[in-house]
Design a protein around this ligand. Structure first.
Ligand code: GDP
Ligand code: MG
Length: 212
């Protein structure tokens, strides 16, 4: 389980953990804020206060390594599909959320991914596709298979979850943390000139500059 912010793992390094920006993406009402609230506070409320472009931090431990998530949530502007490009800028990871009881939200998730990729090179960001609201299985409009196929076709991580029931929420964030550290390790090996890694994966490119 994650420890309170600022707490170092026992016997861990003295440096503070590296910060990774994680953005929440998806249509309005799919449960982005609820997933964050569940993850950070382990609570669920049917009405959440609207906070202007809030971000939360949380220290996560993966084995002996740690990282700090800076989780960015929107203030509802996604309803107009107008999240500003600064929101994406510098993101290391994204939770791309849809509601399994809304086909529309699943189709919109594909558009959100295109938006993200127009700001950041696809290989530079870890994206977890999350089909939220599994407790609404009786109203399901998107099958697990559809979610999985889309994720596989785009090289995304995938899970279904329920912020309401606290199902697979921590696991989703934890899997992103693991993947971020795994990639970082690969980059470090590439920089050391490990030929095995060089053969398999090119060096990570700089995030595209938002000069518009
Ligand atoms: P956002 O607009 O994507 O940030 O979505 P919210 O987190 O504000 O949630 C929108 C609505 O969906 C609220 O009424 C939530 O209570 C509800 N909601 C969020 N997650 C779940 C879930 O896992 N199951 C169910 N049944 N409702 C959820
Ligand atoms: Mg919200």
């Amino acid at each position: 389980m994650a420890q309170p912010e600022g707490t170092l793992p026992p016997g861990g390094p003295l440096d503070s953990p590296r910060v990774f920006k994680l953005v929440l993406l998806g249509s309005g009402s799919v449960g982005k804020s609820s997933l964050a609230f569940r993850y950070i506070r382990n609570e669920f409320r049917s009405i959440l206060p609207t906070v202007g472009c809030a971000f939360f931090t949380k220290v996560v431990h993966v084995g002996t390594a740690s990282l700090k998530f800076e989780i960015w949530d929107t203030a509802g502007q996604e309803k107009y599909h107008s999240v500003c490009h600064l929101y994406f800028r510098g993101a290391h990871a994204a939770l791309l959320v849809y509601d399994i009881s809304s086909k529309e939200s699943f189709l919109r998730a594909q558009q959100w991914l295109r938006d993200l990729e127009s700001e950041i090179l696809p290989g530079d960001v870890v994206v977890m596709l999350v089909g939220n609201k599994t407790d609404l299985d009786e109203e399901r409009q998107v099958t697990v298979q559809e979610g999985k196929e889309f994720a596989d076709s785009k090289g995304l991580l995938f899970t279904e979850a329920s912020a309401k029931l606290n199902h697979q929420v921590t696991e989703a964030f934890q899997a992103v943390a693991q993947e971020l550290l795994r990639r970082e390790e690969r980059v470090a090996q590439t920089q050391k000139g490990d030929p095995q890694v060089l053969l398999n994966e090119g060096p990570h490119k700089q995030a595209k500059c938002c000069g518009r």
